[in-house]
Ligand binder design. Structure first.
Ligand code: ADP
Length: 516
């Protein structure tokens, strides 16, 4: 303590000095006063003597006594204050020590009950402290391990690897080892993966007297991490496998694609070659066929009974077959022209009713057994289309109606205005078309598969050509049919005076083109 403290011994010493000095001081003072009276106040009056006595005994004497007692009182008070301060300081120190002890108790309790294993070791590695966490982690009670070397919980292969020496070296160099992952062995042989923190412990003089080891059980965490790593690895392998499979598949696809493109190009070239060939052959066939047909007609017309009936019959068969061949050649020529974009349309305004009348007239003049029903309405707006091609469409539809109906069946042809269009229909009471065939009926070379197909001659080109011609003129063609009851084919064409084509100039030529 640094406060001025007056011990009782010191106080006693001071008081004993005063006890001895005070009588001599009083005696000395009286002696000095008497000497002064004898030598200096001998001649003075009684008043002076009286005053001098009064000053000496009445003032200086009591003042000296008062000073002496005041000094003693001060000394005693100072001592009392010092004693009280000492008592307060001692109480303070006692409280601080008590708090420190409580703190230590708490810390000890925390360490003792920590879930982490906290182990105290001396400089030789012997266990000096073993908390509850260590008991639970390794299965040894404190009394089983205290004083024993900590290598009892180190697995042999880790000890052989020199871990203990490495730890000691680290402790010497740095004074601690932090978050070191290693393995320890429990009493039942179970391996515990731990996170180890070891710190040197010093005594009050700063000498290293041992170390503390805190071990946290991270077995579960490490196992989970390993499992996740394993899963990641498997996943990566799978992704790599799939990626390479995908790459191979893409490569294969690319190869197939280029093969297909090549094949497609070859097919297109072949197709073009075929079209050129077909067109060339058809041209070459058309001229001789026209000559043959003309000659046969001349022969038949010029016969005035001199020809044998069987010869005439044979000539008629030749004529029919030749006409079929001509129709086929014409059809093939039309298709190749359409697909080559060479079929030219010459749209114009014309009356559909008179065209219908004309086509029916042609059929009637051919002497077919069928009866024809004509359109009932008398007024119909003109259509804007190629007249010859429209005649061809109509001719084809009536031809089919006749072909696919019983002999002498009625064919009804009608026409009506609908919005901006004129719709022409050709109905028969013939064999009809199965539902599943309807979507394909306008495809090129499509013929309905029938047992009796051989009976009706055809090539599956007529409806395809009709569709291409109708669509090229801004119209549409469709069919309603009931198997065994008959069919109605309808096509629409734009009315004259409404269409875009017409506004751009009468008779403007346009081509039908492309493969579809
Ligand atoms: P084809 O020269 O074979 O008659 P089309 O293109 O004109 O060729 O007709 C295609 C197919 O549609 C025909 O083979 C026939 O089976 C069917 N078909 C066409 N018109 C009719 C119809 N009016 N009644 C029944 N079937 C028809």
């Amino acid at each position: 303590m640094t406060t001025s403290f007056l011990g009782s011994k010191e106080l006693r010493a001071r008081f004993s000095v005063i006890r001895r000095v005070l009588p001599f001081a009083v005696f000395g003072a009286v002696l000095v006063y008497q000497a002064i009276s004898v030598f200096f106040l001998r001649e003075s009056s009684a008043v002076i003597h009286y005053l001098a006595d009064l000053i000496a005994y009445g003032i200086i004497g009591p003042l000296a006594a008062w000073l002496a007692f005041d000094w003693i009182t001060q000394q005693i008070e100072e001592r009392e204050r010092a004693l009280a301060a000492k008592a307060r300081a001692e109480a303070e120190q006692q409280r601080a020590e008590e708090a420190a002890r409580e703190q230590e108790r708490l810390l000890a309790a925390v360490c003792a009950n920590s879930a982490d294993a906290i182990i105290g070791l001396d400089n030789q590695g012997h266990i000096t402290a073993w908390n509850r966490g260590a008991e639970m982690m390794f299965g040894y009670a404190g009394e089983d391990v205290l004083g024993k070397h900590f290598k009892m919980i180190v697995p042999p292969e880790i000890e052989a690897r020199g871990e203990m020496e490495w730890l000691s070296e680290q402790m010497r160099e740095a004074g601690f080892v932090r978050n070191y992952e290693t393995e320890r062995i429990a009493k039942d042989g179970r391996r515990v993966i731990v996170d180890l923190t070891r710190t040197a412990v010093q005594n009050a003089r700063g000498e290293i007297v041992g170390s503390s080891a805190i071990l946290r059980d991270i077995t579960e965490r490490v196992r989970t991490e390993h499992a996740i790593q394993q899963l990641n690895l498997e996943l990566e392998t799978k992704v790599a496998e799939r990626t390479s499979q995908l790459g191979a598949a893409t490569e294969e696809l690319r190869r197939r694609n280029s093969e297909l493109e090549r094949a497609n190009q070859e097919l297109q070239q072949l197709d073009e070659l075929k079209s050129d060939f077909v067109s060339m052959v058809s041209h070459e066939l058309r001229a001789p066929l026209t000559n043959i047909n003309g000659s046969i007609e001349l022969l038949l017309d010029g016969d005035s009974g001199c020809m044998q009936p069987e010869h005439r019959e044979m000539l008629q068969i030749v004529s029919e077959q030749s006409q079929r061949l001509t129709r086929l050649v014409q059809g093939i020529l039309n298709v190749s022209r359409i697909e080559a974009g060479q079929l030219v349309l010459q749209p114009q305004a014309f009356n559909m009713l008179s065209l219908i009348e004309r086509v029916i007239g042609v059929w009637e003049s051919r002497g077919v057994s069928n009866r024809f029903e004509r359109p009932r309405g008398m007024n119909l707006p003109s259509v804007w289309a190629d007249r010859d091609r429209t005649e061809e469409i109509l001719f084809n539809l009536i031809d089919n109606g006749i072909k696919y109906s019983p002999d002498a069946a009625t064919i009804r042809v009608d026409a009506e205005a609908n919005g901006q269009q004129v719709i022409v229909s050709v109905s028969d009471k013939g064999i009809g078309i199965p539902d599943e065939e309807l979507p394909k009926i306008f495809d090129k070379f499509h013929r309905v598969d029938r047992r009796d197909a051989s009976e009706s001659y055809g090539h599956g080109l007529g409806l395809y050509i009709c569709r291409r011609l109708v669509e090229a003129q801004g119209g549409r063609i469709w069919v309603d049919s009931v198997l065994g009851e008959g069919s109605t084919f309808r096509f629409s064409l734009p009315m004259a005076g409404r269409g875009e084509a017409e506004r751009t100039g009468s008779g403007r030529r346009q081509t039908v083109g492309g493969r579809r």
